[in-house]
Design a protein. Structure first.
Length: 119
C-alpha cells in the first residue's frame, strides 16, 4: 500500500491550497483518512480526519478554515486550506487507517507535501 500526497506549495497569507492524498495497492477498505502537519521545531499534530461515515474532526487552529473530504471510490482524501496564515506553514502528511483484510488493519503514511505561507 502506498499513499501519494500532492498539492503543497508557496502561497501568500489569505490564500488557499488544496491537498490530495491517494492510496494505491491491494487492500480491503479504508476506514479513516487524516492529515497531520509538522512545522519546524514542533511536533507532528492532527489537522483533520474523516472516517468511513464522513464524520470529520479538526484541530482547533484550523476549524472554519480547512475542510477535509474524501472520495472513497478513488481512495483519495482532500484537504481544502482557506484563509491561510503564516502559522500554517508546515509539512503536511496524510495518514490512512486501512483494512488489509476483514479484520487486519494498519496505518500508512504518505510522504509529506510542503505548505509555505508568506506574510
Amino acid at each position: 500500500v502506498q499513499l501519494q500526497a500532492s498539492g503543497g506549495g508557496l502561497v501568500q497569507a489569505g490564500g488557499f491550497l488544496r491537498l490530495s492524498c491517494a492510496a494505491s495497492g491491494n487492500f480491503f477498505r479504508i476506514e479513516t483518512m487524516a492529515w497531520y502537519r509538522q512545522a519546524p521545531g514542533k511536533q507532528r499534530g492532527l489537522v483533520a480526519s474523516i472516517d468511513n461515515g464522513h464524520i470529520t474532526k479538526y484541530g482547533d487552529s484550523v476549524k472554519g478554515r480547512f475542510t477535509i473530504s474524501r472520495d472513497s471510490a478513488k481512495n483519495t482524501a482532500y484537504l481544502q486550506l482557506n484563509s491561510l496564515e503564516p502559522e500554517d506553514t508546515a509539512v503536511y502528511h496524510c495518514n490512512f487507517m486501512i483494512f488489509l483484510s476483514t479484520y487486519r488493519w494498519n496505518q500508512f503514511w504518505g510522504h509529506g507535501t510542503e505548505v509555505t505561507v508568506s506574510s
